[in-house]
Design a protein around this ligand. Structure first.
Ligand SMILES: NC(=O)C1=CN([C@@H]2O[C@H](COP(=O)(O)OP(=O)(O)OC[C@H]3O[C@@H](n4cnc5c(N)ncnc54)[C@H](O)[C@@H]3O)[C@@H](O)[C@H]2O)C=CC1
Ligand SMILES: N[C@@H](CC=O)C(=O)O
Ligand code: NA
Length: 815
């Protein structure tokens, strides 16, 4: 025999009640289940509000009418006219009684806990009368049962304690006489010895189901709700949360205690004692097999079962010399709080015994404070204890699972996920069962923290990088196309998802908490009415407070650089192809690196040198493995390389420059390439990465352009000047060819000095054979002494640059 409990949403509307009836239909012909029902969704709250209003002499009649109408509407929709009257009459009697009670509260201006329980009981009664009558159409043996008469409790109104022995006897006797009926039982409500209505605490309908289950030795207790069972995290907070097939009673208890509202924790106890499996099912998705809570669950591959949280918590800290070595101090503190009905959610004590930190619900915090002040008055006055203070705006996050006990490194994983995402941990507690590690963090970090921890523990299952991109030019556009093409491969082969959350150029900006569709980003961005604002973009990126966040700078602008430090300090990684940040003051370059280290995020800029070629990465690996760079020789301007490789007879110099620009090799302003500035920046960044604290002024840059070209004010003027200087460039070319040489613009780092010169090299020179936009770099180091380490290949162009940015983003994801 099964107990089926349907929650508020399952009896909350015409559709859900129809679904409920459908769920019962296949059970016909089998042993009748016992059906336990909650009040219609929202009704309990309304009853409570009406009671408070009545006490405060405020109007409640409108709301009472609405509640009544809510029930009547269901009856009128689901029952044929001929069957409506008897049940409408029964409900009307209930609502009249309720009205009388509320009127008495109003007259007396007094709302005692017992009256409150009585008022609340109408929620379950009305819903159960209503549903049992609707069910009668399908199941003539349906019978309404006022469960309050069968569950006997003490007189602790609001949270009554069940007298199990008498209750089980009453339920068994009742069931014996009514086995042939399909019982619809009110959840949540009970009664004391005098027959007054008591309630079992919020969520008590689950408890009713468990009490009936235990009394009747049910085969299974089914809790029907509106979600797919217990999930790895709150799905409103974690989009990737997924349903758990099985949990032990302890795991379910720990998860429910910390916020997973799917099942009411006391429910587990009678079921646990009688070894009755509980299964959580979804009224609105009957295909879902359910989450089973039972003894002897099968071994799970999941490192933890779930992440649970309490949104709002207050923390009190008690410290002072008076606690040290005082046996029974914490016993005195906590038994006093428990005696006074203050529920302590979490406790941590420092090993020096010098302080105790504990968390309570915010509503209890001031009460706890004044109780402590009273209880420890003497110690406080004698300064043996510090006066405690209440800290608010905090949340608890807990990871739960029996596997934690067997798997080392669980807390390491938790704390590194939090640390990497800039979440400060205020206090830590580990349950002695080792099924639970809880941390107290700032409430503003909760959503980010839960997501980051979810990603960390279920990384093998899926990991999402949230990226915010500036720049939609050559590189930006190409990156979005590459990302879109590669998404399915990444998800399938790397368990990595890259979600573009924000895009901005100089005109407009677009941010979407659900991620931007890369098939339509351009139209969407163009259609935005909000003008681009870099500070706003960054503010909104930060306020999304997402885990695994990457800021991607695909501009050639100074403006974003100002924000790098702040972004890194907000625990957001930076990936940039913009060289302006790393090639300005050394101090700034060093600050970026330091911030990335301090805040545990990445600062990647592979494309600053040689576009997608692995140059920065190679140098970093050399340095990290203890090598020392003695000399670097390089060609690092893809544009100039292309020009010299294609400046052949029959074509003019300025025409080749234009070709290079059209191919996407040049900087947005091609003067930056031709005047050597871009090359200089790259050499400066390399030198810095090789350990030399150089500034721009330390670089000896030979300019290969005539003065008039340098002086050109606009790009158009520049091209004109190049054309005007055709003879100069032709001379250079002839001089080289006449000597069987080629023109090369070569950078060198040696003895900590950097120079860049125009050279003519013959076929014996290693840089003689290059083509296209090739870059080449040779590192001579302590280990690569006799023959240098060489990297060579196309060093400019949108495809290879975007690919380099892409790889940097993926590398952030790998950490
Ligand atoms: N073309 C290449 O081969 C390589 C280029 N790079 C670097 O890539 C970067 C981008 O180059 P391109 O895409 O060719 O430039 P682009 O001129 O085509 O695009 C720049 C984009 O940045 C946006 N932008 C500028 N300032 C902005 C701001 N303050 N806020 C928001 N958006 C802003 C512009 O609206 C534009 O969408 C440059 O820093 C360049 O040095 C790096 C390696 C190789
Ligand atoms: N404009 C640059 C592109 C790479 O940084 C170049 O020509 O090398
Ligand atoms: Na590179």
């Amino acid at each position: 025999m099964n107990i089926l409990k349907f929650g508020g949403t399952s009896v909350g509307s015409v559709d859900s009640i129809s679904a409920l009836i459908e769920i019962l239909k296949p059970l016909q012909g089998q042993e009748n289940p016992v059906v336990v029902l909650s009040a219609m969704g929202g009704v309990t709250n309304t009853l409570l509000e009406m009671a408070e209003s009545a006490k405060d002499l405020q109007d409640y009649t409108e709301r009472l009418k609405l509640v009544e109408e809510k029930h009547f509407k269901v009856i009128r929709t689901l029952l044929p006219a001929s069957a409506q009257n008897p049940v409408l009459t029964k409900l009307k009697i209930c609502f009249n009684e309720l009205e009388d009670i509320l009127q008495s509260v109003y007259n007396l201006r007094e709302l005692s806990p017992q009256t409150k329980d009585l008022i609340l009981s109408y929620g379950e009664r009305c819903a159960t009368i209503m549903v049992s009558h609707i069910a009668k159409q399908q199941f003539p043996e349906a019978l309404y049962v006022d469960g309050s008469e069968l569950i006997k409790t003490d007189s602790n109104f609001g949270q009554a304690k069940v007298n199990t022995q008498i209750t089980e006897m009453l339920i068994r006797d009742f069931y014996k006489d009514h086995q042939d009926k399909l019982l619809f039982v009110t959840g949540f409500i009970s009664s004391n010895d005098e027959g007054r209505v008591t309630t079992l605490g919020r969520g008590g309908s689950d408890y009713t189901a468990a009490i009936w289950g235990a009394a009747l030795n049910a085969d299974q207790i089914e809790i029907w709700t509106d979600v797919d069972g217990m999930l790895t995290a709150d799905p409103r907070m974690v989009k990737k949360a997924f349903s758990l097939p099985e949990l032990s009673y302890t795991e379910a208890m720990e998860l429910s205690y910390f916020g997973a509202k799917v099942i009411y924790p006391p429910t587990m106890i009678p079921a646990f004692l009688k070894r009755i499996p509980i299964v959580i099912k979804n009224t609105f998705n009957t295909d879902f097999a359910g989450t089973y809570i039972k003894h002897g669950i099968s071994p799970s591959p999941l490192p933890i079962k779930g992440i649970s949280s309490i949104d709002e918590i207050s923390v009190l800290n008690l410290s002072g010399s008076g606690m040290v070595g005082k046996a029974g101090f914490s016993g005195r503190l906590f038994s006093m709080l428990s005696r006074e009905q203050v529920n302590v959610v979490l406790i941590t004590q420092s090993s020096s015994e010098h302080s105790i930190t504990f968390a309570v619900k915010p509503a209890d915090s001031l009460k706890a404070l004044s109780l402590i002040n009273k209880e420890f008055e003497l110690e406080l006055q004698a300064r043996k204890l510090e006066y405690p203070e209440v800290e608010n705006g905090l949340s608890v996050l807990a990871i739960v699972g029996e596997n934690m006990k067997r798997t080392p490194g669980m807390s390491g994983k938790l704390f590194s996920a939090l640390g990497r995402n800039g979440v400060n941990v205020r206090a830590i507690a580990q349950g002695s069962s080792e099924y639970n590690i809880s941390v107290i963090i700032s409430k503003t970090d909760l959503s980010k923290a839960v997501n980051a921890v979810h990603d960390a523990f279920y990384a093998d299952l899926k990991k999402t990088l949230h990226i915010f991109c500036l720049g939609t030019g050559n590189i930006g556009k190409t990156l979005f196309r590459q990302l879109q093409e590669q998404m399915p491969f990444l998800a399938a082969n790397n368990d990595l998802q890259v979600k573009v959350m924000g895009i901005s150029n100089t005109r407009t900006m677009l941010l979407n908490p659900d991620g931007i569709d890369l098939a339509t980003w351009e139209e969407e961005l163009d259609a935005q009415e909000t003008k681009a604002s870099l500070p706003d973009f960054i503010k909104r990126m930060k306020s999304m407070n997402l885990p695994n966040c990457v800021f991607v700078d695909n501009t050639a602008s100074h403006n974003p650089i100002e924000y790098y430090l702040d972004i890194l300090q907000s625990s957001i990684s930076v990936v940039t192809c913009n060289k302006l940040g790393n090639s300005a003051d050394y101090e700034q370059y060093a600050a970026f690196k330091q911030a990335a280290r301090t805040y545990g995020v990445d600062f990647f800029y592979e494309t600053n040198v040689g576009a997608g070629l692995p140059i920065i990465r190679t140098l970093r690996d050399l340095m990290l493995s203890g090598d020392q760079v003695g000399r670097i020789e390089a060609i690092l301007s893809g544009t100039i390389s292309y020009i010299f490789n294609n400046y052949k007879n029959g074509v003019l110099f300025h025409e080749v420059v234009k070709e290079a620009q059209d191919k996407g090799y040049t900087e947005p302003d091609p003067r930056d390439d031709l005047n050597g500035k871009d090359f200089m920046r790259k050499m400066l960044i390399l030198a810095r990465d090789a350990g030399y604290a150089l500034e721009e002024k330390d670089i000896d840059l030979q300019n290969m352009l005539p003065a008039s070209c340098m002086a050109a004010e606009s790009v158009a003027d520049f091209y004109q000047e190049l054309e005007n200087n055709t003879a100069y460039f032709e001379n250079l070319k002839s001089e080289a060819t006449n000597n069987n040489k080629v023109l090369r613009y070569i950078g060198k780092l040696e003895d900590g000095k950097v120079s860049i010169n125009l050279q003519m090299v013959d076929e014996n020179h290693p840089f003689f054979t290059l083509s296209g936009s090739d870059n080449i770099i040779s590192f001579t180091t302590n280990r690569y002494k006799d023959r240098p380490l060489v990297v060579k290949g196309p060093g400019a162009g949108a495809e290879v640059t975007a690919a380099g940015v892409f790889a940097d983003i993926i590398n952030v994801g790998k950490r």
